[in-house]
Write a protein that binds this ligand. Structure first.
Ligand code: PLP
Length: 396
């Protein structure tokens, strides 16, 4: 099919929930994508923080091929080797001892919310989840209610009960908001969709203390920040704290759909047979892909590269933001590792479209925040090439 045929069919037949750019990608290798007309693009987006190891990573491709030849799917009423191996590898690399596998970030957060309610029910009838203003937790009814953005919830009322919003990056406000109904506080270590909002250094530690003092759970949504994005496997590892529950999805399978909710043993045990489940959750193919992905990401060299590449990108972006002709357009540049936002003084849609036209894929979130989420394997030369395009566009 030609690019225009693909686009025409999508526009005609798909429910119009996405504002799509007029490009159909057909092939990728590392940080490079090609569209249906053969045009080459640099990927500073990783298909929304999903392909953290870049497109077509050989170890992931090989794991998918090998598993596909053996067995694609095993029901969760039986055991499955890649699922067991992935659970073990995840728990060996974080503070959790229990895992629930599912298919997406929203589903992982649903599991976290349900688990918090089961735990809360057994701890004095607590059920309420406090979430942060500006957060994003998914599009199911519970997770859009958890999402602290009115525009995501509008039109879907009546919403499930038991959610309340607190200011982000304010542990004192969280402490004040917790009451006898509160089961958990749930936040992102860095708000992604909310505009790459990086909290102050002590925030997660303070929040951990607040939750401990009040006897409520701390849930972290690492769907976007996880899997090496910030230069550690999980962003909360920078803070040196242990959440009671955290969720991961997006880059877990480097493009194969899979999510996971991870918890402490004593909390995960509140899920009992029949209390939750998912037909495809932890599917053999998806867990084989995720295991291969995880094995590459946890290599010290991969994480060290993510950090160094992130520093390089951040330094160059800050230098660009200080240039005459650009500095009036940029309000702030912030981030951690390879999760970086450049807040403009006006809507960023035009910049995103012009970058795409010139062969650079970036994204804009919260209207004005250009978001850079390149594969964590991207080379410094590729970063510089992409920045050359961005500078041309911003200088106009
Ligand atoms: N949580 C966070 C922090 C996210 O960024 C997203 C998606 O952008 C989600 C949850 C929802 O994930 P999914 O689209 O896989 O359901």
């Amino acid at each position: 099919m030609t690019q225009s045929e693909i686009i025409a069919i999508g526009d005609r037949l798909l429910v119009p929930v996405y504002r799509r750019a007029p490009v159909a990608f057909t092939r990728g290798a590392g940080a490079i994508l090609w569209d249906a007309e053969g045009k080459r693009y640099l990927d500073f987006f990783s298909s929304l923080a999903v392909c953290n190891l870049g497109h077509g990573h050989p170890a992931v491709t090989e794991a998918i091929r090998t598993q596909a030849e053996k067995l694609l799917h095993v029901s969760n009423i039986h055991h499955c080797e890649p699922q067991a191996k992935l659970a073990r590898a995840l728990c060996e690399n974080c503070c959790a001892q229990r895992v629930f596998f599912c298919n997406s970030g929203a589903e992982a957060n649903e599991a976290a919310i349900k688990l918090a309610r089961l735990w809360g029910g057994a701890h004095g009838g607590r059920y309420e989840i406090l979430t942060a203003l500006g957060s994003f937790h998914g599009r199911t009814l519970a997770t859009l209610t958890a999402t602290g953005q009115e525009k995501v919830r509008r039109g879907f009322e009546p919403l499930p009960e038991g959610f309340r919003y607190i200011p982000y990056n304010d542990a004192t406000a969280a402490a004040r908001a917790i009451d006898p109904k509160t089961a958990a506080v749930m936040v992102e270590p860095i708000q992604g969709e909310g505009g790459v909002v990086v909290p102050s250094e002590g925030y997660l530690r303070e929040l951990r203390e607040v939750c401990d003092d009040a006897g409520v759970l701390l849930i972290l949504d690492e769907v976007q920040t996880g899997m090496g994005r910030t230069g550690k496997l999980f962003a909360h590892q920078w803070a040196g704290i242990e959440p009671d529950i955290f969720t991961v999805a997006k880059a877990l399978g480097n493009g194969v759909p899979i999510g996971a909710m991870l918890s402490k043993d004593e909390i995960g045990r509140y899920f009992t047979p029949g209390s939750h489940g998912s037909t495809f959750g932890g599917n053999a193919l998806a867990t084989a892909a995720a295991l291969a992905t995880l094995e590459v990401i946890v290599k010290p060299a991969t994480l060290a590269h993510a950090l160094a590449a992130g520093q390089h990108l951040m330094e160059r972006l800050k230098a660009m933001a200080a240039r005459p002709g650009i500095r009036d357009k940029v309000k702030d540049t912030r981030g951690l590792g390879l999760m970086i936002g450049m807040e403009l003084t006006e809507d960023g849609t035009k910049v995103v479209n012009e970058c795409l036209e010139r062969g650079l894929v970036i994204n804009c979130t919260a209207n004005k925040v250009l978001r850079f989420l390149p594969p964590i394997t991207i080379s410094l030369a590729e970063i510089d090439e992409g920045l050359g395009i961005l500078q041309e566009v911003l200088s106009q």
